[in-house]
Design a protein around this ligand. Structure first.
Ligand SMILES: [Zn+2]
Length: 126
């Protein structure tokens, strides 16, 4: 990743979700996809592809071949402490997620959305 002296140097401007605190939700269907980012105080709540499979897709591929569907934990909600002004950019140095990830099956976008909302409420109560 390219590092900038200050966030304003990013060519993507203030809509850049990496360098600015941009809450956003992307929900699709048919070929799945759920991506939701919510900032709550010094925390970032993220729901999307389970990082375990992003970094190592082989177990998911093997599961797909053996069972004809993706594993039941393809989507995950994670909470990172990024600081009051922190962004996605700061997750790399924020350490491990705050809580064990909460996972849902890849096709269940309703469950992913509910998982995210529950987690945001919990983080807001901290
Ligand atoms: Zn940027």
């Amino acid at each position: 990743m390219i590092e900038f002296e200050k966030p304003g140097d990013c060519p993507s401007g203030e809509n850049c979700p990496v360098h600015f605190r941009v809450d956003r939700e992307i929900r699709r269907d048919d070929e799945f996809l759920y991506s939701h980012i919510t900032y709550v105080g010094e925390y970032c709540v993220m729901t999307g592809d389970n990082p375990a499979y992003v970094n190592n897709p082989l177990p998911a591929v093997v599961h797909m071949m053996e069972h004809g569907r993706l594993p039941d934990d393809c989507l995950a909600t994670l909470v990172y402490r990024v600081g009051l002004k922190g962004t996605l950019y700061d997750i790399a140095t924020s350490g491990a997620p705050l809580v064990p990830e909460r996972t849902v099956p890849s096709g269940d976008l309703d469950a992913a959305q509910a998982n995210h909302a529950i987690t945001v409420s919990w983080v807001a109560s901290l």
